[in-house]
Design a protein around this ligand. Sequence first.
Ligand code: UD1
Length: 336
Amino acid sequence: MKILVTGGTGYIGSHTVVELINNGYKVEILDNLYNSKESVLDKIQALTGVRPEFHKVDLLDYPATLEVLSRGFDTVIHFAGLKAVAESVEKPLFYYENNIVGTLNLLKAMKETGCNSLIFSSSATVYGDQGVARLDETMETGRGITNPYGQTKFMIEQILSDACVADSGLSVTLLRYFNPVGAHPSGLIGEDPNGRPNNLMPIVMKVATGEIPELSVYGDDYPTPDGTCIRDYIHVVDLAKGHLAALTHMSAGCSVYNLGTGRGTSVLEMIAAFEEASKKKLPYKIAPRRPGDLPELCAVPDKAMRDLEWKTELTVADAMRDTINYLVKTNSLLKI
Ligand code: UD1
């Protein structure tokens, strides 16, 4: 089975490519390298013994996208997209054009070349503010999304769902990720964002390496046991395996699954877990709340567990161990 992975040199994409190759799939990657490096291909080769065919192509370039799709694929796993929340507020048109037009070009090229199976990298952000902590797939999406990045995920879900209504031959699986963390246990691949990160773990990593002096904990007066926000942190290897499970359970029409653990961890618990794994103190201060943050968000993962026969196997402690191993192996953390 031949799979095209868009965004395959990125954080979640590269981990998924490794799992795909190790499970016998033939994989090609399309990526514009906006937020990733071509050297990831060397790491994938080291981990799998296979160097996937790489196409440095931007999905906004329709002729080039069509040329790649013309090579013939059974399924596309679509990770390519911009994902920095704060940047999306500053440059909304850039985000809408890249994420929406890029996906439309991909869909057109798939139709043109007879590929009718797609897995889309969505986000729990599409749930917006439901007023409850535990989120399941029956909930209405799209209300209370606070930034253009989140809107693009919601809009793409709508586009794909409409496309499935119009074309009964199309199979689409929307995977709503909760908070991906961790790295490959080999320490060869992990999260390596360009520029200043927004998400908790990449910031924790930069504090550990001294690139950022201290972590700001955004609020300790939330209605949670320790006052800090609670999220559902999922190990990136478990998340990658969720894509394999989705691939083996594709069916006609549009299906949607949460990929999360169902367990919540607070910001202070994340700091404690990092300190436990690294045996070092992580400097932090309590800062004001970040606008748009909700106190507690957790997946109800039951649907994916039942229908995709998938479950998470790794813990936050595993994610911290693997993150530190990744930092040591990439020489960013020489002291631990
Ligand atoms: C964020 C986005 C979400 C996106 C997801 C993955 C918002 C409101 N939500 O989710 O749309 O899908 O990233 O990219 O931006 N924290 C700190 N200090 C920091 C950074 C984070 O205390 O320096 C806290 C946050 O308040 C939050 C938790 O850590 O409680 C996780 O934050 P983050 O990693 O940014 O993820 P989300 O906000 O859950």
